[in-house]
Each structure stands twice: as C-alpha cells, then as structure tokens.
Design a binder for this molecule. Structure first.
Ligand code: SF4
Length: 335
C-alpha cells in the first residue's frame, strides 16, 4: 500500500482513487509512511528549520456572515475592535526585535477599512524594508488589492474554503459565491502577491469527494502558501452543534500536499493546536514548515475568537516564542 505514497512522492500527483485511499484508509502503516515521506521531503526542501510569521489580528469587524465563523456580522456577543496604527507598528517592532521577518495582518472583510490600511502598510514597508508583509483581509475590490500591493504588501492569504460550489453555498450566506473568491485569488496573483489559499477540514456537509476536489484545486492553482486547519465550531454560530474536524485527517492532508507541492509554505495552524495539544509538532512531523506566533496585543485576543477553545496564549509574545522554540527542540527542529 505504501506504493501509493511512493507514487505520490515520485510523480507529485495521484489518481482520485489513490487520494481516497490515503484519506480514508485505516492502515496505520500507510499513514505513517505518508507522514514520514512528507517529513523527508520538507527536510530536503527546508532543512529542519521552521519559519515564523508574526500574526497580528488587526480587526474583528467583518461585513460577512460565514456560518462557521465566530466573528461573523450577526454575532452581537463580541466586542468589536480595530487596532490603531501605533498598535500595529508596535506589534511589528516587537516581532522584528524577536527575530521574525514576516508580518501577517489578518482581519475581517471590511473593504473601506482595508483601503484605510494603505498608509499603515506603507509605513511598515518604510520601517522594515526587508520584511515580508502578508495580508489576509478577505475579498476586496481589485483597486484596493492594487493599492495595498503598491503600498508594499507582498503576500496575500485568502482561503477558498471548499472547491465545491454547492458545498460553498452551504457554508456561506446567499450572495457569497465561490466564483468571486476564485476571481479574487486570480487578481491577487496577477498583481504579483505571493498567494496563499486553503480550506477547513471536516466542515459541515464536507465529503471525501469535496476534499479530493480541494486537493485538485490546490494542485492546479499551485499556491505559494497553504492554510489548512480542522473545522472547529463556535457557540455563537449556526454551526455550533456540528462536530469538530479530525486532526488525523488534517495531518494526512498536510502530508499529501507536501508531497504534491514540495516548495509550498504550510503552517501548522492554531486550529490544529487547539484540537490537540501537540498539534504544532504533529503538523511539522507531517510536513508543515511554518508556525505563526500571535503578536496581537494580549488584551485583544479574546475578541478574535473564530472558533471555540482557540489556543490563544495569554503570555506575552517573547515568552510564547521561547515555549515554541523548546517545543521544536524536542522534535529536533529549530527556527
Ligand atoms: S470567515 Fe472571514 S469573511 Fe467570513 S465572517 Fe469570518 S472573518 Fe468574515
């Protein structure tokens, strides 16, 4: 059976039948071979080095109402906030001092506010010319993407969430369309951003066929970064009673994608670390090569709960970073 893994590693693709087997098999030896091969490919590409990205959750104000998301517009039980320019720059400064060279500004979808972020991005670019500036601000007009790009942002993350339009329709309110999301991804790439996309694993109504379609989409789109985490329910959303996605399945998909797209940046996500305490190291041992420590001011972190139980250390960034380095050390990796 591990012939499947060998074939995937060698050819960087696999039939739908083979993918289904890798996703559904209860053969532990096969799963172990999948993770081991993915790990070897990641080490060939990057060494035993994990890349850190400083996550700054700049605003939880969002115009959308995605059915799975704790900061959806309809949730009136959270305190809305947007970080000030000074708060953002202070977070970047701290991250830079601690050795991080990529800032990730993530927030709800709010086009007017995104446009107003332009001078902040320009100031970040002027202050840290060598840093990578990643944005994750949802679907925006082309001109706003272009403005942000000209201001100095050079990477953009926009998860497609599911490549099946009917499934997309069950996760999002009427009016949100997969085709718009994909058009945004094409615009982002055309503007020269390094582009990231990805999906939830185990979202309500998802089937193995949907996951295979997701993997095929990623295989053909070839994103520079892949954001992938298990679905986790939030108590103030319509999906509050749906079960969480599976960590095991998420890890299998990390490994499949590492074998398909050896050079992709794949973070071991916070959602995975929320589902199981060793999620970050398990993710790395399955082929992930990025971790995104949280640099959002501690007092704001509770208001950015996309799902319940989110792993959000109350500790300051320096302390969290030290813990992370020790964790990585236990599996023989370093930053
Ligand atoms: S998933 Fe993103 S776009 Fe959807 S409600 Fe949450 S923050 Fe807004």
């Amino acid at each position: 059976m591990s012939n499947l893994v060998d074939a995937l590693r060698e050819r960087r693709t696999l039939s739908d039948k083979g993918l289904r087997e890798l996703l559904e098999s209860d053969d532990e030896g096969l799963v172990e071979a999948l993770h081991r091969n993915a790990r070897e490919v990641a080490v060939e590409q990057f060494g035993k080095v994990i890349w850190l990205r400083a996550l700054i959750e700049w605003s939880n104000v969002c115009r959308n109402d995605c059915l799975y998301c704790g900061i959806r517009r309809s949730n009136t039980n959270i305190v809305r906030y947007s970080l000030t320019k000074d708060e953002i720059l202070q977070a970047c400064d701290l991250a830079w001092q601690l050795g991080l060279r990529t800032f990730v500004l993530q927030g709800g979808e709010n086009p007017p506010a995104a446009e107003k972020l332009t001078p902040v991005v320009a100031e970040m670019r002027a202050s840290w010319p060598e840093a990578a500036i990643t944005l994750s601000l949802g679907e925006l007009p082309y001109d706003t993407y272009a403005l942000l790009r000209r201001s100095g942002a050079n990477r953009y993350l926009l998860r497609h969430e599911t490549a099946n339009p009917a499934h997309y329709g069950r996760l999002h309110p009427a009016g949100m369309k997969l085709e718009n999301r994909l058009a945004c991804l094409r615009s982002i790439r055309e503007l020269g951003f390094k582009t990231g996309t990805g999906m939830m694993v185990g979202s309500p109504f998802q089937t193995t066929d949907d996951l295979i379609a997701d993997i095929r989409f990623l295989e053909s789109f070839r994103p520079d970064m892949i954001g992938l985490g298990p679905f986790l329910p939030h108590h103030d959303t319509p999906f509050r009673d749906y079960p969480a996605g599976s960590a095991d399945l998420t890890l299998r998909i990390y490994s499949i994608l590492r074998l398909m797209l050896p050079q992709a940046w794949i973070p071991a996500t916070t959602a995975l670390a929320t589902l199981r305490p060793d999620g970050r190291t398990a993710g790395i041992l399955a082929g992930a090569n990025v971790v995104m420590p949280n640099f959002t001011p501690v007092e704001r972190r509770d208001s950015y709960a996309l799902y319940d139980g989110k792993s959000r250390p109350g500790a300051e960034a320096a302390e969290t970073l030290q813990q992370l380095k020790s964790e990585l050390d236990t599996i023989g990796y370093h930053v």
